[in-house]
Design a protein around this ligand. Structure first.
Ligand SMILES: Cc1cc2nc3c(=O)[nH]c(=O)nc-3n(C[C@H](O)[C@H](O)[C@H](O)COP(=O)(O)O)c2cc1C
Length: 415
């Protein structure tokens, strides 16, 4: 067994003086959740909207705000600060910050670091719609784009100032997607690939008010769909009933039963990648009553006959010419996880199987973290450490991109 190591990615984040700075805190949280290191610079204006303490607590690192600080300069000079990141992100990018960047000002730590950096820069503008439409701002944005700076947002809608128009900072999910795509080298590694992902439980009706279900929350499947989209793939997420928002940038199809899920997956083909993370019910009530089943007066037991549901993973893995190039399944087990996972891998014919222990003590169903072993068809196995489900999703997506890029049928299955 091998446990792969991944180099930690680093972001230098500049937080400017706009109301949207509170949303940047969520971006920091989501970057850290993916084990991306965040070093933050708070401008003088930014400090009026979020505190250095909030930012430092979420980033897990001190916050830098003074250009002429002897301590900071000795510890981490402004040049090192600007170079020791893979990407520089400005969020919110205020009209003032953009004007300074466009004209090469360097009169505080943020603008000096931005001028001194040799790394790609991504900005998330946020301001009042009239400020955004102003000729000066338009000129500055055009100049920044011409200088190679990437821009995410702003979006239209209601503004904190009570006005309506374009100027809202992009949502944290969109900023995150833009950051992840750039950390992966400008374009996503899965650009041009199609993926179908299943997620959540299925509900199998018994009568108009009752159904059989399981405890799957959909968090792992949704995280995988989002991570695939962040890597540039065109993703269809087929999800059973969950209490989660559809991930950004993903075509989401909501279904209830296993049969509906099977039909929706079939409709999403052809695809290069299939990841079956849904906890599909193996059986459904053989008969669905038209009217609510009544309790009998004598309290006698009810026997419900069950019939097998379609096997979505097996159908995909054995779909002949329509088979996705890489078919990945999940095995949710409560005992003897590895033996059952190996047996499932052989029986279904998929390429990889991620086995996780979902016994109640692990908290995997519904929880934020997961621990899996990745079994490969050729006999290989990787034991991954316990990870946040979002981080696990990213690691899986990086592994998928590696396999597709390697372009060897041995690595990705018979196809
Ligand atoms: C309540 C309030 C909200 C503000 N919101 C924004 C904003 O969303 N976008 C913007 O460009 N400027 C905004 N400003 C103006 C900036 O804070 C001001 O231009 C400041 O100098 C920018 O600082 P910075 O360059 O450190 O970002 C706001 C000012 C106030 C008082």
């Amino acid at each position: 067994m091998t446990t792969p190591t991944v180099r930690q990615r680093r972001v230098l984040l500049v937080v400017g003086g706009g109301i949207a700075a509170y949303k940047t805190l969520e971006v920091v949280r989501r970057l850290r959740e993916r084990d991306i290191a965040v070093r933050a610079i708070l401008t003088r204006g930014g400090r009026e909207f979020v505190t250095p303490l909030s930012l430092a607590s979420l980033a897990g690192d001190k916050v830098y705000d003074e250009l002429f600080s002897l301590t900071d300069e000795a510890e981490m000079g402004h040049i090192r600060l600007s170079r020791e990141a893979d990407l520089v992100v400005v969020a919110p990018a205020t009209a003032d910050l953009m004007a300074k960047m466009a004209h090469g000002h360097a009169d505080d730590l943020a603008t000096t670091a931005l001028l001194a950096t040799d790394k790609p820069v991504l900005i998330a503008p946020a301001m009042n719609p009239v400020m955004w439409e102003h000729a000066a701002t338009r000129r500055n944005v055009a100049q920044l784009r011409a200088d190679g700076i990437a821009v995410v947002g702003p979006e239209g809608g209601d503004m904190a100032c009570g006005e309506v128009g374009t100027g809202r900072m992009a949502e944290p999910a969109a900023i995150l997607a833009a950051v992840l795509a750039r950390l992966d080298g400008g374009v996503g590694r899965l650009a041009g690939r199609r993926a179908v992902v299943t997620s959540g439980p299925t509900h199998e009706p018994l009568d108009p008010v009752r159904f059989l279900a399981n405890r799957s929350s959909g968090r792992q499947g949704h995280a995988i769909a989002e991570a695939l989209a962040c890597a540039g793939a065109e993703v269809t997420l087929v999800t059973g009933p969950v209490a989660l928002a559809p991930p950004a940038g993903v075509a989401t199809v909501e279904v209830e039963s296993a049969r509906e899920m099977a039909d929706a997956v079939d409709a999403a083909l052809p695809a290069d990648i299939a990841v079956c993370a849904a906890a599909v019910a193996d059986w459904r009530p053989a008969e669905v009553r038209d009217a609510k089943l009544k309790k009998s007066d004598d309290g006698s037991a009810l026997t419900v006959a069950l019939t097998a549901n379609p096997d979505i993973l097996k159908t995909l893995a054995q779909a002949g010419p329509r088979r996705p190039r890489l078919v990945v399944g999940f095995a949710a087990e409560t005992e003897d996880v590895e033996r059952h996972a190996r047996a499932k891998l052989a029986k279904k014919g998929c390429d990889w199987l991620l086995a996780n222990d979902v016994s109640p003590a692990t908290g995997t169903f519904g929880g934020a973290r997961n621990r899996v072993v990745l079994f490969e068809r050729d006999g290989g196995a990787e034991r991954w450490p316990e990870l946040a489900k979002t981080e696990l999703a990213e690691r899986l997506v990086a592994r998928i991109a590696d396999a597709l890029e390697a372009d060897t049928t041995a690595a990705v299955g018979a196809g």
